[in-house]
Structures are given as structure tokens and as C-alpha cells.
Write a protein that binds this ligand. Sequence first.
Ligand code: GLN
Length: 232
Amino acid sequence: VNIFHRESKCKIRVGTSPDFPPFEYIDDKGNIVGIDIDMMKILSNKIGCDMEIVSIDFNGLIPALINNQIDVIASGMTITEERAKVVAFTKPYWSADQAIVIRKDANINPQSLNDLVNLRVGVQSGTTAEQMISEFVSSTGKNINMVSYQSYVLAIQDLLAGRLDAVVVDSPVANMFVKQYNVKISNIITTNESYGLAVRKDNTELLNKLNKALDEFLNSDEWQQILRKYLG
Ligand code: GLN
């Protein structure tokens, strides 16, 4: 957040990777919409700032934040110890697990990471799904043919085209993909992830303001309305 001349309001630059419905995606009109976007509009307003959405691939969000190209990451980002070494997270606003997504007509039924051994599995680059599979492979010495995509939407397209056997993605997003595409969830891997907003480590002023605004927001009717709007 910057301090300004009399007429200009402060502006919060919000980085997001719009391939993660219902949190952020591109609608029929080409606009970036979703739970994170509506939430950030309200939080920015509470803080007294305007906001600007900046679209960045998921694996570029933390570098963009650190390089001061954006002020906040709002992108269904899981709070992890590793990330918390380089960015500061707000309190959590959502929880999720990982889902194994397969084609509706698939003749496989993977229930666990072990069931994905030797299969072609798509993830989005820089995600906790990618990290979980990498750790499974290195700790067990087993093989998963993991393919990392710039976006989950591309991974789902490759799944539908038969170039992948499964996609591993956050459970709330998997539920949306099931509504939108000819895919199903074969099982959920419990990971107990929590989503937070991220700011630069030295930006404690913005962190405190966001946390205060989040407290109010998460107990408000506005929040319930947003959830109804995107989740039905
Ligand atoms: N929650 C997952 C993570 O933080 C995936 C986020 C995403 O792909 N937008 O890695």
C-alpha cells in the first residue's frame, strides 16, 4: 500500500492465477472473477484502497510479490512452512484437501498416491499437489509420470484428451471441474491445507490491516453471499 497525494486513493495490486474455479477463473465475458476476487474487493474497500487484479501464473506469484510487482497474493494459496519463510500469510480463510480426478469413462480407480504409480499424472506447476507427488516419489523411490502444467485448465484438457491418466488438484476446485467437464473424483487425499493471503514479509502494515478486515469479513453476510454466488 502506498501513501499518496490528496486526490489519489491507495491501490492494492492483487496477483492471482485465474485457472482455479471457484476461487479465480475467467468468465464467459473474459473477466477474472471468483471467491478470491470478490473477497479482495471487499477487503480492499475496508482498508480504504482501490484494487487492481494482476494475472500471473501460479508459480510466478511469489517471485512477483517479492519483486514488488504485486502487493497481495489471492490465489487459493496454501499456507506452508516453506512459503512462510519467504512471504507473510494472513489468517486462513479456507481449507482444502487434494483430489484425484480421472475421466468419467476411465477404467482405473486410483485411491492413493501408491495407486498412481507408473500413471501419467498432471498438476499445476508450483502447487502443493506437485510438491506432494515429488515427495512421494523421492521418499518411496517409486515412479509417477508427473507432468507439471502452467495451468490446471490445461491439465484437465490433456486428461480429457487421453494424454494423462489423472490430475491431482485441490478438492474444492476438483468439485468445480466435475461440474464443468466429463471428469470424476476417484478419491480425496486428506492434506488439511489452509488458504491464506500472502504479502511481503516487511509489509506488516498491510498484513495487520488484512487480518483485521478478514476477521470482520469472515463473520459477515457478505461472505455468505459470495459463497452462495459461487458455490450455489
Ligand atoms: N492450494 C494449492 C497450493 O497452494 C494450489 C493453489 C493453486 O493452484 N492456485 O499450492
